[in-house]
Design a protein around this ligand. Structure first.
Ligand code: HEC
Ligand code: HEC
Length: 345
C-alpha cells in the first residue's frame, strides 16, 4: 500500500515535470518563431550598411592575387598602352583602337549606369542572343574587344584576360543582390514614338558635347609630343568603336548618354532628357566608323537581334533606315505579336 502511494506520487511528479518541460518547449518554439525575422532584418540592414564600393587605393588584396587584380585594373584603364595599338610588343595588340575600357565602363567599371563590373561575375555564364548560346565572361569581354575596341579576340587563358576577370571578381566580392541590380547595365529611357533625328541631335551635340568630343566626334588627343591616347575619347572615325558595337545602336547609346554624358551626369541626375539623348545618339552614329568583320554571322537566331541593330539581315520587313533611327515601338510590337518576344532594345 505504502509502495503504491509512493508510486502514484512519483507518477504525479513525473507528469508535472513533463508538463513543465512541455510549457518551456512551447514557449521556446514560440519565441524562436518570432526571433528569426528580427535577426534576418538586422542582417539585411547590416549588409546594406557594411557593403561599400572597393577603393583602388586602399582595398587591393596583397600578394600574387593582388598583383593580378592590379594588372587587371591597369589593362582596363590603360588599355591601349598594354593590349592596344600603343603596346610595344606587337603580338599584344588585341584592341584595334585607342579607347580604354573605362572610357565606356566609367570609373574603372565602378560607376552605376555605365555597364558597371560590380557584380558582373555573378551574371556569367549567361544566354547571349548575339551568338544564340550560353556565353562566358571571357567571350563577353572579347565581344567588346571585337566591337567597342574594334580589335581581335584575346586568348581566354592569357594572363591579360585572366587579370581582367580577377579584377572583376574582386569588385564583385560579397555584393548584395539589390546593389548588384543597381549597378547592372544602363538606365532605361522611354523610347520615343518618333524617329530619332540627327539634325536635332547635332544642335544639342554642339551645345553639350562638342566642347570635349570636338567636330565630328574626333575627340581630343593628350597634349604630348608623341601620340599617347585621348583626354576626350573619339565618338567617330578610325579610332572609335566599330559599327557592330552596342554603342552604335541608337537605344543603347541613348541609355549610355542619359546616365553618363555630358561628363558628370549620373544615373539619378541625368543632364539631358530621354528625347535629347535619343536624338544625340542618332547624330553621333552618323559619324564614319570602322566596319565590323563577319557581321552577318551575328545573331544566328535573327529573332533575337535588338531592334536598333542598324545592319541586316532581319526577320521583319522594316527598312534599314527604321532599324537605325526608329520609330522603334512598331518594330517592338511586331516581335511581341509575331514571336511573343518582348524587346527592350
Ligand atoms: C565604346 C564603348 C565600350 C568600350 C570601349 C568597352 N565596352 Fe564593354 N560594353 C559596352 C556596351 C555598350 C555594353 C553593353 C551594356 C548594356 O547593354 O548594358 C558592354 C558590356 C560589357 C560587359 C558585360 C557587362 C554586363 O553587365 O553584362 C563586359 C564584361 C564588358 N563590356 C567588358 C569590357 C572590357 C573588358 C572592355 C575593354 C577591353 C570594354 N568592355 C570596352 C561598351 C563598351
Ligand atoms: C567635359 C567633357 C565632356 C563632355 C561635355 C561630354 N563628354 Fe563624353 N566623355 C568624356 C570623357 C572624359 C569620357 C571618357 C570617360 C572616362 O574615361 O572616364 C567620355 C566618354 C564618352 C563616350 C564613350 C566613349 C567613346 O569615346 O565612345 C560617349 C559615347 C560620349 N562620351 C558621348 C558624349 C555625348 C553624347 C556628350 C554630350 C551629351 C558628351 N559625351 C559630353 C568627356 C565629355
Amino acid at each position: 500500500m505504502k509502495n503504491t502511494i509512493i508510486q502514484i506520487k512519483l507518477l504525479l511528479k513525473a507528469t508535472y515535470l513533463l508538463l513543465f518541460l512541455a510549457v518551456i518547449f512551447i514557449a521556446f518554439v514560440t519565441v524562436l518563431h518570432y526571433i528569426p525575422p528580427i535577426l534576418k532584418f538586422q542582417d539585411a540592414n547590416q549588409t546594406a550598411f557594411t557593403w561599400r564600393l572597393k577603393s583602388i587605393d586602399t582595398d587591393m588584396p596583397k600578394g600574387s592575387q593582388g598583383d593580378k587584380v592590379k594588372y587587371g585594373y591597369l589593362l582596363i584603364t590603360k588599355t591601349s598602352d598594354h593590349i592596344g595599338p600603343l603596346a610595344t610588343n606587337k603580338a599584344m595588340r588585341y584592341a584595334g583602337n585607342n579607347l580604354t575600357c573605362d572610357n565606356c565602363h566609367l570609373n574603372a567599371g565602378r560607376k552605376i549606369g555605365s555597364g558597371s563590373f560590380v557584380g558582373v561575375t555573378n551574371r556569367f555564364p549567361q544566354f547571349r542572343g548575339r551568338e544564340n548560346k550560353m556565353g562566358t565572361l571571357e567571350e563577353r569581354i572579347n565581344g567588346c574587344m571585337e566591337r567597342s575596341m574594334n580589335g581581335r579576340v584575346m586568348p581566354e587563358n592569357s594572363d591579360e584576360m585572366q587579370a581582367i576577370i580577377e579584377y572583376m571578381k574582386w569588385l564583385s566580392e560579397d555584393v548584395p543582390e539589390d546593389i548588384e541590380k543597381l549597378y547592372k547595365g544602363y538606365v532605361k529611357i522611354n523610347i520615343p514614338d518618333e524617329k530619332a533625328d540627327p539634325n536635332i541631335g547635332k544642335a544639342i551635340y554642339e551645345a553639350k558635347c562638342k566642347l570635349c568630343h570636338k567636330e565630328n566626334g574626333k575627340g581630343l588627343k593628350n597634349n604630348t609630343a608623341q601620340f599617347s591616347g585621348y583626354t576626350y575619347p573619339p565618338l567617330g572615325g578610325h579610332d572609335s568603336y566599330n559599327d557592330g558595337a552596342g554603342m552604335n545602336r541608337v537605344i543603347t547609346s541613348a541609355q549610355f548618354i542619359k546616365g553618363n554624358m555630358p561628363f558628370g551626369a549620373t544615373y539619378d541626375a541625368p543632364l539631358v532628357t530621354d528625347a535629347e539623348a535619343y536624338h544625340i545618339a542618332a547624330y553621333i552614329n552618323t559619324f564614319e566608323r570602322p566596319n565590323k568583320q563577319n557581321r552577318k554571322d551575328d545573331f544566328p537566331d535573327l529573332k533575337l537581334k535588338p531592334v536598333s541593330t542598324p545592319y541586316g539581315p532581319w526577320v521583319d520587313n522594316f527598312t534599314p533606315e527604321q532599324h537605325k533611327f526608329g520609330p522603334f515601338p512598331p518594330i517592338i510590337d511586331f516581335y511581341e505579336k509575331q514571336y511573343g518576344i518582348t524587346k527592350t532594345k
